[in-house]
Design a protein around this ligand. Structure first.
Ligand code: A2P
Length: 260
């Protein structure tokens, strides 16, 4: 399908999975002409009476996948997600043809370890990146970190890591190069606490058996709550990390997870 005159694709929902009363995952058909870099986001939404209602959504599937996957929050009273959470297989959704974002390999200088630090739905772009063979070529090690309020909110991350390690294309690479760290802040679990505290007190590194951050060879991507991004960014700068962009790659990049 090609984009219509307004630059929209109309695609069909192919899968919907509700994880909690706040989170769900869905897949849609991919327009053949839609090209994107793993980690980017796209404007997605629903037809509505007047103007289409759209929000920015990180694509959670890799660029080689024939479908498109998304991970969404359900915001009570949220103009789009109130409706989007009711989608069923076969329903139509709208996609803009342009994709963009800073959580991409192009915005980082070469390094050895790639840390992908997320909270909530901020894990989505990293699910795309950890399924991309390029990530395993560019980095010796990929570390996916996901912090949520509740244990049930971590499930999408666990499922995606398991599927990645089982994938015929990248499974073998992921089994040796991909590490996963998950923590909760409002319920006990294997690792409890905000990622900021777990980084500062060293728990994060001890749990993974890794050396602490070193700007010489570590690259970091941040995605999730605005406050988390700001606070982790403020910890990284004094260590010597420099924020990167597509125009000027650096040692860390960030993007807030979109809601609505
Ligand atoms: P907390 O439960 O202590 O607020 P949300 O669901 O509100 O988007 O938050 C997702 C996760 O991000 C929660 O576990 C939350 O912890 C955590 N979080 C919120 N603000 C910060 C921050 N400034 N630094 C680190 N983690 C944060």
């Amino acid at each position: 399908m090609t984009a219509n005159a307004n630059g929209f694709y109309t695609e069909r929902v192919t899968e919907v999975q509700h994880y909690t009363d706040r989170l769900f995952r869905f897949r849609v058909t991919r327009p053949q002409s839609l090209r994107f870099r793993s980690g980017e986001f796209v404007m997605l939404g629903l037809p509505s009476d007047g103007k289409p209602l759209l929000r920015a959504y990180s694509i959670a599937s890799p660029s080689w996948d024939e479908g498109l996957e998304f991970f969404s929050i359900k915001v009570p009273g949220g103009p789009l997600t109130e409706k989007l959470q009711n989608i069923k297989i076969g329903d139509e959704i709208l996609l803009r043809s342009k994709t963009t974002g800073t959580l991409v390999h192009d915005a980082l200088t070469p390094g050895k370890r790639l840390f992908m630090i997320s909270t909530g739905t901020g894990i989505a772009p990293f699910i795309s990146i950890m399924r991309d063979p390029e990530s395993y070529e560019k980095f010796d090690q990929l570390i996916l970190s996901h912090t949520c309020r509740l244990v049930s909110e971590l499930q999408y991350g666990f499922d995606s890591v398991a599927a990645t390690k089982d994938d015929p294309l990248i499974g073998e690479l992921a089994q040796t190069q991909l590490l996963h760290f998950a923590s909760t802040t409002r319920e006990p679990s294997a690792h409890q606490g905000r990622i900021t505290s777990l980084i500062s007190d060293g728990t994060f590194f001890t749990a993974l058996g890794l050396e602490r951050f070193d700007p010489a060879h570590d690259r970091i991507m941040l995605c999730g709550s605005m406050d988390m991004i700001k606070d982790v960014g403020a910890m990284l700068e004094p260590m010597g990390f420099k924020e990167g962009s597509n125009a000027e790659p650096g040692s860390y990049v960030l993007e807030r997870a979109f809601v609505g």
